[in-house]
Design a protein around this ligand. Structure first.
Ligand code: ATP
Ligand code: MG
Length: 400
C-alpha cells in the first residue's frame, strides 16, 4: 500500500511542503506489521491543517476539511480519502470528546492515542518509530492502552469498545488483563456515549471474521449488559459465525447481532430504538425475528412448498435470516442444509398472481372491502396450492 500510486501522490505532496514532516500512523502501520490487509491510510503530520490544504492543492489533489476542528484533512487521491491529521496533544476532556491542541512533538501525539499498537509510526522511507512500546504487543498480539488504562478510558469511553473491536479483529486470545479490568471497573461510563457511536462500533466488532471470543470477553466483563441491557446468547452467535466460516460468506453484522440478542419483535424494537438504528436496519432485524411464519420456516427444511409460502410472505432476505438462525440454534447433528434453502430463496421468483381486481368487478363485485377479502382468500388458496391454479380455476372456485 505504500507503493500504491494513490498513496505515493499524497506522500509526494506532503514531502514537498515539509521533507520528513509526515508519517503513516494507526491502522495501516499496525496491520502491515501484523500481516493483515490495510483498509484506510492515516497520516500524522507536523504541517498545520491550512498547510496540508495548500500542499494538496499544489499537487493537484483535492483536500476536504472532514475534521478540521481536530486537525484532520481528507486528501482525495485517485478517488480515495487519506486522512491527514496534524500532530496533537490532548489538553482537556469531558470523557466523550477530547479537546486538542497542535504540537510538533511525535511523542505527545503518541500519548493521546488509545493503544500502543495504534501509536506506531512509519516514515516515508518505511522506518518504524515506536514512542510507546507498541512493537512488544505484536506477538502475541494484544491491545495495551498507552499509559494508564483507567485514565485513557475516562478520557473517552469509546476506547472500551475499541479495545474489544481490535481484540475481535486482531487479538490472539491473550488480552491485556489490566485493560480488561479497567474496562470493567469503568463500565458505567459507557452510558455517556451516544447511541450512534455505540452501534457503529458494535457493527465493526461484529464484522470481524470471528468475533466470538471477544464477545464472550465482553459478556464476561459485563460490557454487553451495560450497553445492551442483556448479555445475549453466545451459542446462536457462534452458530452463525461457524456458518459464515464454513460457507465462506462475508460476515454479516446485522444477522450476527440478532443471533446474539435473540428474542422476539418486541425486544428487537426496543433495541433498535435504543441504539438509534436506521429504518432499513430495524426492518431487516424485525424480518429476521418475525414469528408469523415460523412454522413454515421450520417446515421449509423438508418441504419446499412451505419454503415457497414462507419466502412469499417474508421475502427472501427475512426467510434466509430465519433459516440461518434456526439452523444455528440446532443442537442435533447433522446440521440441516441451510445453504441450499438460502440459494433457493435468492433465486426464487414469485409468479404473478393471475387474477386482478378488474376480473372480480366483471364478476359483479363492487370495489371495496368485500372485493379485497375475496382477493385475499383467492391468493391464500393459490399460495397453498403452490401457485398452480390458473385464472380460470381460481374464478371458478370463487363462483362455486
Ligand atoms: P481501522 O482504520 O483499521 O479501523 P485504526 O487504528 O486506523 O483502525 P481509526 O479509527 O482509523 O482506527 O483511527 C486512526 C488512529 O487514530 C488510531 O490508530 C489511533 O491511534 C487514533 N484514534 C482513533 N480513535 C481514537 C480514540 N477514540 N482515542 C484515541 N485514539 C484514537
Ligand atoms: Mg484507520
Amino acid at each position: 500500500w505504500m507503493r500504491d500510486p494513490a498513496t505515493q501522490a499524497v506522500m509526494a505532496a506532503l514531502e514537498a511542503a515539509q521533507p520528513g514532516g509526515s508519517r503513516f500512523v494507526g491502522g495501516c502501520v499496525r496491520n502491515a506489521l501484523l500481516g493483515k490487509a490495510v483498509a484506510d491510510v492515516d497520516i500524522a503530520t507536523r504541517l498545520l491543517p491550512e498547510q496540508v490544504i495548500a500542499a494538496a492543492r499544489a499537487a493537484g489533489l483535492k483536500p476536504v476539511p472532514t475534521g478540521i476542528r481536530h486537525g484532520t484533512i481528507s486528501v482525495i487521491s485517485a478517488g480515495r480519502p487519506f486522512e491527514v491529521t496534524t500532530l496533537r496533544r490532548d489538553v482537556e476532556t469531558d470523557g466523550r470528546r477530547a479537546v486538542v491542541a497542535f504540537t510538533q512533538d511525535w511523542r505527545e501525539d503518541a500519548r493521546r492515542r488509545d493503544f500502543r499498537l495504534n501509536a506506531l509510526y512509519a516514515d516515508f522511507d518505511g522506518i518504524i518509530h515506536d514512542p510507546t512500546g507498541g512493537l512488544s504487543d505484536l506477538d502475541p498480539c494484544r491491545f495495551v492502552f498507552v499509559g494508564s488504562a483507567e485514565d485513557r478510558i475516562r478520557e473517552d469511553y469509546l476506547r472500551t469498545l475499541r479495545l474489544f473491536r481490535f481484540e475481535a479483529w486482531y487479538g490472539s486470545g491473550s488480552p491485556d488483563a489490566e485493560g480488561l479490568a479497567a474496562a470493567r471497573r469503568l463500565k458505567a461510563g459507557l452510558r455517556s456515549l451516544s447511541a450512534e457511536r455505540v452501534w457503529s462500533e458494535l457493527k465493526k466488532l461484529l464484522s470481524a471474521p470471528d468475533p466470538g471470543p471477544a464477545v464472550a470477553l465482553m459478556a464476561e466483563h459485563e460490557i454487553l449488559s451495560e450497553i445492551l441491557g442483556v448479555n445475549g446468547s453466545l451459542r446462536i452467535l457462534v452458530g452463525i459465525i461457524n456458518q459464515d466460516i464454513s460457507a465462506g460468506l462475508e460476515p454479516d453484522p446485522l444477522l450476527r447481532f440478532v443471533a446474539l440478542i435473540g428474542g422476539g419483535p418486541e425486544r428487537i424494537r426496543i433495541m433498535a430504538a435504543k441504539l438509534k438504528m436506521s429504518n432499513a436496519e430495524s426492518r431487516r432485524l424485525q424480518g429476521a425475528v418475525d414469528p408469523s411464519l415460523c412454522g413454515e420456516v421450520e417446515a421449509a427444511f423438508t418441504d419446499m412448498a412451505a419454503a415457497e409460502r414462507a419466502i412469499m410472505s417474508l421475502g427472501a432476505r427475512a426467510f434466509e435470516d430465519q433459516v440461518r438462525l434456526s439452523a444455528a440454534g440446532d443442537v442435533a447433528p447433522p446440521p440441516r442444509d441451510w445453504t441450499l434453502l438460502a440459494k433457493f430463496a435468492r433465486e426464487w421468483q414469485q409468479p404473478d398472481f393471475p387474477v386482478s381486481g378488474g376480473d372480480l368487478i366483471l364478476l359483479g363485485y363492487e370495489p371495496g372491502p368485500m372485493l379485497g377479502d375475496a382477493m385475499d382468500a383467492l391468493k391464500a388458496h393459490w399460495i397453498a396450492e403452490r401457485f398452480e391454479p390458473t385464472k380460470e380455476e381460481l374464478i371458478a372456485r370463487l363462483k362455486h
